[in-house]
Design a protein around this ligand. Structure first.
Ligand code: ADE
Length: 243
């Protein structure tokens, strides 16, 4: 898969995407991530990419021309139109389900707004999907774009070490994850649950499932509506609710 990040801060994006799991996946050719500088496309002789809003008001608005030309040049280079996503608090909130769908696409392009926003006409012209990463406002679309790029990349084959890694995780199976422990078995008087030291895999699996159910009921009961629950799961939950 190829991900292009259209931004005024390509170095910031490239730095984040060069570390850890995503950095290694890029080097191994499991995902191609390019950070493109929108400023390289401005026709303004002072290399400006923004201007004051018509009608007055605070802040600066990103002009349509550099963004439009940047996307068109990308389409030319790729030879097709990448699925364009504009990161904005006005968009639809990102979910793991949408992340999974995006990971099936060949090319996505992530457009980062800055300042007070971007000129509406370039949104009308390009009709991007609009995605928010949550109900709070950041200074720009870079961090949200990096979140989308990270969440999508880790779903690609070979990016994580084993397929089971993401299948058990929070949100993937519509349940929150069970608690995890490592050495030492006792730390500051706190002990790892005995069952995890027992070596009895079936009991460990049962305990983990129950912990996931318990956590989800306590912290995100809304998620249980979409979870795939067995008869045993349902019995366990109704016992919990009775207590
Ligand atoms: N840009 C600024 N805040 C944002 C948010 N919450 N989600 C996506 N893009 C943003």
């Amino acid at each position: 898969m190829r991900i292009d990040i259209l931004t005024l801060f390509p170095e910031m994006c490239n730095t984040v995407m060069s570390e850890s799991i995503i950095g290694r996946a890029r080097q191994a050719g499991k995902v191609e991530i390019n950070c493109i500088d929108i400023r390289d496309y401005t026709l303004d002789k002072h290399r400006r990419v923004d201007d004051k809003p018509y009608g007055g008001g605070m802040g600066m608005i990103m002009a349509p021309q550099p963004i439009y030309d940047c996307y068109l040049d990308l389409c030319d280079k790729i030879g097709s139109k990448p699925h364009l996503i504009y990161l904005t608090p006005q968009g639809k909130t990102l979910t793991q389900q949408r992340v999974k769908e995006l990971a099936r696409l060949e090319n996505i392009a992530l457009l980062c707004g800055h300042y007070e926003g971007i000129d509406e006409r370039v949104i009308d012209a390009l009709e991007p999907e609009e995605i928010s990463i949550g109900d709070y406002v950041l200074t720009g679309g870079e961090l949200p774009a990096l979140i989308v790029a990270d969440a999508v990349s880790r779903m690609l084959p070979g990016v994580l070490s084993g397929d089971e890694c993401f299948e058990e995780e929070s949100h993937f199976s519509s349940l929150l994850e069970y608690p995890q422990y490592t050495h030492p078995a006792e730390w500051q008087g706190r002990e790892v649950p005995d069952i995890l030291l027992s070596g009895h895999h079936a009991n460990v699996d049962k305990w983990r499932r129950e912990q996931s159910l318990k956590r989800t009921l306590e912290r995100r009961p809304d998620m249980l509506d979409n979870a795939e629950l067995s008869k045993e799961d349902k019995a366990f939950l109704s016992n919990l609710k009775r207590d």
